[in-house]
Design a binder for this molecule. Sequence first.
Ligand code: IMP
Length: 179
Amino acid sequence: MFKLVTHNIKKYEEIKKIIPSLEMVELEYPEIQADTLEEVVEFSLNYLGEKIGGNIIIDDSGLFIEALNGFPGVYSAYVFKTIGNKGILRLMEGIKNRRAYFKTVIGVRVDGYNYKLVGICHGEIAMSERGTNGFGYDPIFVPEGYDRTFAEMSTDEKNRISHRGKATRKLAAFISRIA
Ligand code: IMP
């Protein structure tokens, strides 16, 4: 039995659509300051392994904007809390290259061993906020091949193409292999 440890119910809703049997444990845990999502996930898995034990799943994600050299990246949560989508749009004013990608690293801890499953979704930063679905940076991210933002899509549609959808389908395959 696996439990997804998160305090973000929206992430849980997206992942549960792909893995309906997954349970959620609502818990906020410390995230270290590091250069990569993978390092953050490794630390958190070890921390949670000691704190609550059992088979654990976590999701750490970030938005990487090419013209800003990958910012906000590993700082995505802090940047969203402080300057938000409006702040990102302001930073992007006058910038033609709007390419960006979302990355999710799903961390799995099984019997004391850590595994990581990665999903990436390329796209562009929109010119303004659009849509009310989803969460976080969804209103300003337009995935490649679409003209709507993630916030203008249903959860199922976002899941089909998103960073989290891709990492979660890898997770489903991983779970079925070890079950
Ligand atoms: P974390 O994975 O909870 O650390 O997320 C980092 C930041 O990125 C938070 O502000 C989230 O709201 C945002 N974020 C994570 N995943 C998504 C997503 O799928 N869409 C939009 N924003 C996201």
